[in-house]
Design a protein around this ligand. Structure first.
Ligand code: IPM
Ligand code: MN
Length: 356
């Protein structure tokens, strides 16, 4: 098969972790006889520095022409600490999601046997926990009208959802549940927010169309507690943009490290595969960042963009083997002095895949 991918490393640790995911991607293509065509493009702070735009038109064109996008991370502290900056790296990511129509962000929360002891949660709570968080990605407070008034002394961010936006994400959640354990948890704040009441109204219309699926409604504050109190209760969790952003960072502690959680952003145009973590600027260039979330995002790319399940499975097997062999970065190493470097993890995975 011919695979055409756009590679967007972004900022901070982005280039280092994407390098490892590319080693793995190339090794898989070689092993299975796929023809890989790829091209790099800029996005984020580095694109602002180079061309003054965090998501340049040339990058968008490349993404549109590709079959899949592999994305690293974006963000830079020089913008975080400057609330007056008018152009920000994050706008690049948000525009990419919007322009590609990526309304669904699939964030699988899983545990890894060799990492169970790294979770701050008790073993019996996390062992066997496995759920899919489906985060709406192109609506809500992230994309509503925002601004200042009263000479800058009052600020507002509108949270807006249309029926169409809510329907398509909820339907997707039910379709996923049908292929899984048949339970959907709709997370909202319907006791306070009008947008949440629209979500709940629409969920109540859709739920009867999936009689085999159990529907559970949960307020987001309660969900934040349940995720760490009893994560095994969840199968498919579906929620709006910002709630999903926050809850999945929280859920990453179940796996033991932020550096382990991949994601797939799917929708209308080319899908994007990206780790859920950020650009970790403190570690940029140090060759210490955990590349596994990006490597696992590449596994999702094979599965979701190309329907190549065996390829995805081999990447997952490689990741498990590297953890069993203790070839892991310092965030998940038992003995930090013996931790592997980012590039060593990538080399090890590449060699392991070639040996199979
Ligand atoms: C994520 C990130 C982004 C988000 C930021 C970088 C804009 O936190 O992908 O979860 O909030 O969506
Ligand atoms: Mn986030």
């Amino acid at each position: 098969m011919k695979l055409k991918i756009a590679v967007l490393p972004g900022d901070g640790i982005g280039p280092e972790i994407v390098d490892q995911a590319m080693k793995v991607t190339k090794a898989i293509c070689e092993k299975f006889g796929h023809e890989l065509e790829y091209e790099y493009a800029i996005t984020g702070a580095c694109a602002i520095d180079e061309v003054g735009d965090p998501y340049p038109a040339a990058t968008h064109d490349l993404c549109m022409a590709a079959d899949a996008v592999l994305f690293g991370a974006i963000g830079h502290p020089k913008f975080d600490n400057n609330p007056k900056a008018t152009v920000r790296p994050e706008q690049g990511l948000l525009r990419m999601r919007k322009q590609l129509g990526l309304y669904a962000n699939l964030r699988p929360v899983v545990t890894f046997p060799s990492l169970l002891h790294k979770s701050p949660l008790r073993l019996d709570l996390v062992e066997g926990a496995e759920f899919m968080c489906i985060r709406e990605l192109t609506g809500g407070i992230y994309f509503g009208e925002k601004g200042r008034k009263d000479e800058g002394n009052t600020a507002f961010d509108n949270c807006v959802y249309t029926r169409e936006e809510v329907e398509r994400i909820l339907k997707l959640a039910y379709e996923f549940a049908m292929k899984r354990r048949k339970k959907v948890t709709v997370v909202d704040k319907a006791n306070v927010l009008e947008t949440s009441r629209l979500w709940r109204e629409i969920a109540q219309e859709i739920a009867p169309k999936y009689p085999e699926v159990e529907t559970e409604y949960m307020f987001v504050d309660n969900a934040a507690m349940q995720i760490i109190q009893w994560p095994k209760r969840f199968d498919v969790m579906v929620t709006e943009n910002m709630f999903g952003d926050i809850l999945t960072d929280e859920a990453s502690v179940i796996s033991g490290s932020m550096g382990m959680l991949p994601s797939a952003s799917i929708g209308i145009h080319t899908s994007v595969f990206e780790p859920i973590h950020g650009s970790y600027p403190q570690a940029a260039g140090l060759n210490i960042a955990n590349p596994l979330a990006t490597v696992l995002s590449a596994a999702m790319m094979f599965e979701y963009a190309f329907n190549l399940m065996e390829e995805g499975a081999l990447i997952r097997a490689a990741v498990n083997a590297s953890m069993d062999a203790g070839v892991v970065t310092e965030d998940i190493a038992d003995d930090k002095s013996k931790a592997a470097k980012t590039s060593e993890v990538g080399d090890w995975l590449e060699a392991w895949i070639k040996k199979q």
